[in-house]
Design a protein around this ligand. Sequence first.
Ligand code: ADP
Ligand code: ASP
Ligand code: MG
Length: 425
Amino acid sequence: MALIVAKFGGTSVASPERIKNVARRLVRMRQDGHSVVAVVSAMGKTTDELMGLASAVSSQPPARELDRLLSTGEQVSMTLLAMALENLGYRALSFTGRQAGIETDSSHRQAKIIKVHNERIMEALEAGAIPVVAGFQGIDAAGDITTLGRGGSDTTAVAVAWGIGADVCEIYSDVDGVYTTDPRVAPRAQKLDQISYDDMLELSSAGSGVLQSRAVEFARKWNVVIHSRSAFSDAEGTYIKEDPDMEEAVITGIAHDTSEVKVTMRHLPDTSGVAAKVFSALASNMVNTDMIIQNISEDGYTDISFTCPGADLDRARETLDRIMPDLGGREYVVDESIAKVSLVGTGMKSSPGVAARAFTTLGENNINILAISTSPIRLSMVVDAAQAAQAVRCLHTAFGLDSDSVFVETQLSAEEIAAKMKKGR
Ligand code: ADP
Ligand code: ASP
Ligand code: MG
């Protein structure tokens, strides 16, 4: 029988009723003879609400205090799930990140897991209890609470699975697996039976919210098999694992990301060293630039654009306000309503013509491309945010990914669906 880590996301534990469902599901696993460790996210929109509370009292909440606050969301759901399990007659023990031995570095809000001290979880399992671990949090060397970045409970689950040598890390959410694109955006998306770590990592990094990219990175490094599946049905989901026999599709999936912004610096002198000064200053102010475009120079002047996460925009503005006058640039303009649409596929590297077909498709649909970047297995295009969904759908059709059936929403309320669609904006 298997040793399973089962992670339940925010929507799956959003109400007492849903927590009771999760408890029943865990009990079924036990009745089937498996050993199981649960990892939970905060209930519903709790993390957003806690962030809101912090910004209501402070324009720049100290990172240490913010992490302390955010970690409480998962601590509520872990205790409620443990109570629900005990109520069904099963022994359960909840553990905070610290108690579960999740040791991280000290980079608050984006901490990396360094080690998993598995003793308490193993002891609980040996004692016949169901350990319930609070996701998204750990403890640094100074003993302070850290959090792992939004969506970080996925990473907790993979790390715990690795730390205890689990057979599989099951990630339960409100969709029954990884689709060729977000099925809420393109209802003709197809569910994948399996996907390689490389393809999944590229999709997650390009903004596909179904799994946190750090979790996939961790799983790839330590060969942890992930099974992404539905908290509301027993259907088989998608396996994320290495399989030498897996066919390399030209396009495995399409991701979109509305969380980035585009900044254009106008009329910069086109002389050596200018780009170096701009991007060094941005980097030292912790602005993560993504795509960079330099226009053809005219009369010794040029425009340079870059994209960066919306969360870094204030720091980008602060940097450019400081350096633009010295550099002799005229001004900079910010476009916050952009979206990055990315085609991903490990087979892309040996298949010419992907870019041509993508550009033609967007052109035929009157969607203007504002920036382009590529990697051997990804093609990303920035478009107007208002056209993002249309871009995803027409590319999905053009690359032959459409399924005959249509994705049907079964469990979520209209409000929950709206919140999902807004995520990352
Ligand atoms: P949880 O709260 O359980 O962690 P998330 O909201 O983080 O769940 O992830 C599930 C959501 O990811 C789905 O509701 C879906 O809208 C979105 N999603 C984005 N891209 C994909 C994809 N390629 N396949 C499946 N779901 C996707
Ligand atoms: N609760 C955290 C978040 O909303 C972590 C998670 O859900 O994975 O980002
Ligand atoms: Mg998630």
